[in-house]
Design a protein around this ligand. Structure first.
Ligand SMILES: Nc1nc2c(ncn2[C@@H]2O[C@H](COP(=O)(O)OP(=O)(O)OP(=O)(O)O)[C@@H](O)[C@H]2O)c(=O)[nH]1
Ligand SMILES: [Mg+2]
Length: 331
């Protein structure tokens, strides 16, 4: 699976600065709101020392890290759903992302314009979350009447979806997360943003962050990373935090041709994990030879791991662990 993350926040909070650090792509960064209009899309490798070690041990010609795709979009403002600022139509650019990265301004710097005049990350968080909810509500309100008609006409799917979407509307109108409905067919179909997992990037210094902000973020079960973007050159913790929040892990394939990292959901069984390598592998999966990275390093390679009985043959029910090295056998 490809991990993709949409960056949201008020204008001028450092979204494009973050995007540039992550992806090394040159983008417009300026001290004025709405500097970004068209979305910037870029990928960043998942930092993982294990990949370097494996590449050396296997003398691989290529090293291919797992990647995360980032979408840097325009800033949202209060009233965006009513057309303020650039409106909210540009949110459609991130409707397919797996997670939302919410940049909050912590840094004081009076010379950098703040669209709400003062630095107040708790207020800004509310503004953005409610604009995301209002965006979703517009979609839900359009769908509900059609769903009612379909349910009356006897559609089984519509009858199932109707009570769910009605609940979703209630939560959204109260500005609440709908993460608990993320796996519902209707919510997936409508690609609602408030169903996505959240990670916060607190742009500034730890000392300037109000304790209540940490409490709020913890209470909503989101991840966060503190980074002073102005002085940052890379932020691997951010990707690790995103992985953790999203329940993702990495497994490896390694050989003379290439050593490569793959992103999967924690708890994935071997066939599903193999599907990350090639979609055909999921259906045609027979078995996998598995050695954990730690054992591979300890023993010194395939032959040694096999000798010591640390190379296992696993079937369709095997749950792949973070750091597993796989050789997939398929039909
Ligand atoms: N002092 C300070 N300035 C920062 C920091 N991060 C970003 N800036 C500045 O803030 C301004 C806005 O940064 P951008 O990255 O363009 O902000 P943005 O969120 O992409 O803004 P829009 O595209 O307009 O929504 C630029 O002048 C940055 O140099 C920071 O950590 N400290
Ligand atoms: Mg920008």
């Amino acid at each position: 699976m490809k991990l993709s993350i949409g960056i949201v926040g008020l204008p001028n909070v450092g979204k494009s600065t973050l995007f540039k650090i992550l992806t090394k792509v040159q983008v417009n960064i300026a001290n004025y709101p709405f500097c970004t209009i068209d979305p910037n899309i870029g990928v960043t490798p998942v930092p993982d020392e294990r990949l370097d070690t494996l590449t050396e041990m296997s003398k691989s010609k290529k090293k291919v890290p797992a990647v995360v795709e980032f979408y840097d979009i325009a800033g949202l403002v209060k009233g965006a759903s009513q057309g303020e600022g650039l409106g909210n139509a540009f949110l459609s650019h991130i409707k397919e992302v797996n997670a939302i990265l919410h940049v909050l301004r912590i840094f004081p710097s009076p010379d950098i314009i703040h669209v709400e005049a003062t630095v107040d990350p708790l207020r800004d968080r509310e503004i953005i979350l409610s604009e995301l909810a209002l965006h979703d509500l517009q979609i839900v309100e359009r769908r509900l009447p059609k769903l009612e008609t379909e349910a009356k006409a006897g559609s089984k799917e519509a009858k199932q979806a109707l009570p769910i979407l009605t609940k979703v509307r209630e939560h959204l109108s109260r500005g609440e997360s709908i993460a608990e409905y993320a796996d519902e067919v209707i919510v997936r179909e409508l690609q609602l943003l408030r169903s996505r997992k959240l990670v916060y990037l607190l742009n500034g210094r730890e000392a300037d962050i109000p304790a209540s902000l940490f409490d709020t973020i913890r209470a909503e079960g989101a991840g966060y990373v503190v980074a002073d973007l102005e002085n940052a050159t890379e932020i691997p913790e951010l990707i690790r935090a995103a992985y953790k929040t999203l329940g993702l892990i990495t497994f490896f394939t390694t050989g003379e041709d290439e050593t490569r990292g793959w992103t999967i959901k924690e708890g994935s069984k071997a066939p599903e994990a193999s599907g990350a390598i090639h979609s055909d592998f999921q259906q045609k999966f027979i078995r996998a030879e598995v050695v954990h990275y730690d054992d591979f390093i300890k023993t010194g390679g395939w032959a040694e791991a096999r000798q010591k009985g640390l190379l296992r043959v696993e079937g369709k029910e095997y749950i792949v662990k973070d750091g597993d090295i796989l050789v997939v056998r398929h039909g």
